[in-house]
Write a protein that binds this ligand. Sequence first.
Ligand SMILES: [Zn+2]
Length: 237
Amino acid sequence: MPEKELLNEEMLRREETALVRIVDQISILKDGSKIGWTDKLAFSNEGKMKMREAAVKLLLMSVGEDIDREGLIDTPNRVARMYEEIFGGYCQDPEELLKVTFDSDDGEGDKYGSLVLVKDIPLYSHCEHHMVPFFGKAHVAYIPEEKVVGISKIARLIDCYAKRFQIQERLTTQIANTLEKFLNPKGVAVVVEAEHMCMTMRGVRKPGAKTVTSALKGVFLKEVDARAEFYSLIGLK
Ligand SMILES: [Zn+2]
């Protein structure tokens, strides 16, 4: 066998010895039964932080960084804490957010039955395929039947789904479905316009390209006029 191939083989063997435990540990964390856990372990906050810190160190090492150099010493912990915020959606229950609704009645028997639109809501999420941000804005409209919800709750609902690993299509649908489920309105329309870092900083490299997704329900789906009003109000014709 040529010397070079021998070297490669030896290198691969050493690598495997070094990494085998890590790979093993990951599968143990995923499936606790290997070490006698009977249920899927829910990690404490401290456990989750440790897991993230270890993962960040591995990523840094994998690209050739020295994890002990000064600038990087606190990075794993900083990233771990940041994840708590930017992926906080996993700990939020959309049902809780929309629990408090108001009657759209004005007290004299007149119900508010026209369009409610919250537009240009800033949105930050992460693409689940590349783990890099996509960001832009969301426009959410509904036509109440009986119930209306606090405007801020709509913004928080968007955050609840955006602060997860996502694809834009699913994010859009989840927002619309949840509003439909809990408000039972005459119609719901959601449009998300976003720029994906995985398209601008790598791959096809098309900065400025926006992806637009929409989810229409009820009257917005059935009636051209309702749809046209919504699109014109958000500046999409
Ligand atoms: Zn992506």
